[in-house]
Design a protein around this ligand. Sequence first.
Ligand SMILES: Nc1ncnc2c1ncn2[C@@H]1O[C@H](COP(=O)(O)OP(=O)(O)OP(=O)(O)O)[C@@H](O)[C@H]1O
Length: 261
Amino acid sequence: MNAPLVAFEDISIAFDGRTLLDQISMTIDAGEIVTLIGPNGSGKSTLIRTLLGLQTATSGKLTRDKNLRIGYMPQKLHIDSTLPLTVKHFLGLVRGVNKADILPTLERLGIAHLISSQVHVLSGGETQRLLLARALLNQPNLLVLDEPVQGVDVNGQIELYNLIENIRNELGCGVLMVSHDLHLVMAKTDTVVCINQHVCCSGSPQHVTEHPAYQALFGVPGSESIAIYAHQHDHVHAEDGHVVSDPQQHKPHQHSASCNH
Ligand SMILES: Nc1ncnc2c1ncn2[C@@H]1O[C@H](COP(=O)(O)OP(=O)(O)OP(=O)(O)O)[C@@H](O)[C@H]1O
């Protein structure tokens, strides 16, 4: 079996006597999608900063594959809105980028038509795709995505998670992502690690959602008021709302000013 791309072993971080991370152990393999979940302030970003080498652990061991190349997608794009900067120029600023890769990468992410657009006019979903494009231009074997669907509506979130899964399938890279969404991301994840300073539980999405520590933090799955499901509307409702078995017998209702529903 191949060694993991990254292995955290008992990583702890403390500041001024306060523990931010407590003996975190986890691994990320090539081709594996790992999702990090946890409440606000639980240490998710601190763990990512440690992986990126921006934060030093107080104790423990972090092992990185010697060929590790990280493509990092931050939570937000911080660019002065008065600064004229097109998508093409923005991506051209990536260190060591092969400029010939820019257009194919934008095409892969479905935003090639935006190549000459100003970065600050992009919508939330377009901005997330641009940040993902920037991360991919590094030719990464590990994608680190900090809340990749932030500011994106539900349909856009589903599309982005599909895109991330397709990229993993094509490149065979590992993916570590932080998510606050507990529903959509689960279907696209191999391993979930739930942290609250320490690792509360980890494993397959099903294992984690059934774990008492997860349920203590996020509640029991299925008890939420919002359920995401695909509704196959293969029937017709009559005026009083009851289901008509043979849709052909009933013409669709035409709404008018007298409608009160
Ligand atoms: N350099 C630092 N010095 C002191 N405290 C820090 C430092 N960095 C982070 N913290 C604290 O560590 C805790 C964990 O922060 P972190 O940003 O890692 O949490 P998070 O799980 O990513 O939160 P969120 O979901 O809100 O983004 C917070 O209480 C934060 O104030």
